[in-house]
Design a protein around this ligand. Sequence first.
Ligand SMILES: *Cc1c(COP(=O)(O)O)cnc(C)c1O
Length: 377
Amino acid sequence: MSTPLAEQHPLNDSLEDLVGLFDVRRSSAPMSEADRGLALAAPKFGTVFTDHMARATWTADTGWYDRRIEAYGPLQLDPATAVLHYAQEIFEGLKAYKHDDGSVWTFRPEANAARFSRSAARLALPQLSVDDFVASLAALVREDRAWVPSGDEASLYLRPFMFASEKFLGVRASLEAEYLVIASPVGAYFANGVSPVSIWVEREYSRAAAGGTGAAKCGGNYAASLLPQVEAQKLGCDQVCFLDGTGTFLEELGGMNVFVVKADGSLETPELSGSILEGVTRSSIIRLAQDRGRTVTERQIPIDELLAEIADGTVVEMFACGTAAVMTPIGRLAGSSFDETIADGGPGELTMSLRAELTGIQTGAVEDRHGWMRRLA
Ligand SMILES: *Cc1c(COP(=O)(O)O)cnc(C)c1O
């Protein structure tokens, strides 16, 4: 797989024109200002949603139509709707941040749009243009702008997704699809300070295999990761790290990529094998580390080599990364036959410093040298 995230797709037209394609049908029952204030004061990720959602409908005959912003609310689905049976579904996750001057920005949305296209292709779902994707985010955020929290690392989490909506039990690609974006206010991921996680290295279950859907952001991959996650928690670990199908090489967590920092200051991360999801955070960290003159190697990392290098002090830090937590230090790796603490088990220095730089760019405190930020409202 190539690395299309590096290429930024510029919007073809001005965002203003594109946002206008989404017809606004305002909610007749938005949350009261007082209740919204309470929700924003103590946001609980993924439980409270804004007043509206963006939506568009597709059929094989007409293509995309009826781009709209409508009241957030339950969907009515026929029990035979294809997605409920064959899991033909994809999603994305990104955040909108309120900057000090009140403007609202998001981070590299064209990269998420490009990945959404690749996920759609793998799941035999229709393509949605980069323009439609970014315009849907802007149209929703403009309508629900009062829902974007301010404060340290607080944001409005945006969840675009697409599913097979045809009422048909035959096994083939759906001829109808729905695209939606919902939004949920979130506080800082580590409300009580960044604390390292412990990781169970999974040798029994795989999350994805060569030729499978591991490189696509689809719900099915997450479904496969849930049982290993339950078992890892029973064994006292916070998260699972999956290996490749042969049980030899490090791949990634259920929803985050992984990095290793060596004593010589270099970084390593598993190469994009076809079964690893190419994170926008991963690609941004590679860039920021290289900007600092660090060597970043993308390669196959054998788990046995990694364990030996943790034990002999060659590996001094590990972290996981993804949009939700940005960067999470890994303090410990455990498995059926080992239990290794990385350095002193605390958050690594480089991990924390790259994390501060990346969150600083996103929240507007650090200069955006790479032109990654896009203004939505
Ligand atoms: C979403 C996701 C990531 C992280 O991607 P970001 O773009 O950095 O949020 C990593 N791995 C998997 C499996 C994912 O689904």
